[in-house]
Design a protein. Structure first.
Length: 88
């Protein structure tokens, strides 16, 4: 049996925007327990802060059996493909 090679072409858009994040339930401190060396966690919500968040959104995906890398690079960079060059 021959190996089968398939290619997956994926186009994603990356969006960066400012969002309010926080309000996560987490350990915020540790306090001593009854005079011993042991501590117990103190839980609370983190404060909300404005943060730049980056998200990738998948726009297109296609799986193919054959793939012309040179043609894809030409199209993405606005260059003429071999077929366009031959037409003159």
């Amino acid at each position: 049996m021959e190996d089968a090679i398939r290619y997956t072409v994926t186009i994603k858009a990356t969006v960066e925007r400012k969002e309010m994040v926080g309000k996560e339930w987490t350990t915020v401190a540790h306090e001593a327990q009854d005079g011993s060396d042991k501590t117990k966690p103190v839980y609370g919500y983190t404060p909300e802060i404005e943060k730049t968040v980056r998200r990738d959104i998948q726009i297109f995906e296609q799986t193919v059996d054959s793939f012309n890398v040179a043609a894809l690079v030409s199209v993405v960079n606005g260059l003429p493909t071999n077929a366009e060059l031959r037409r003159g």
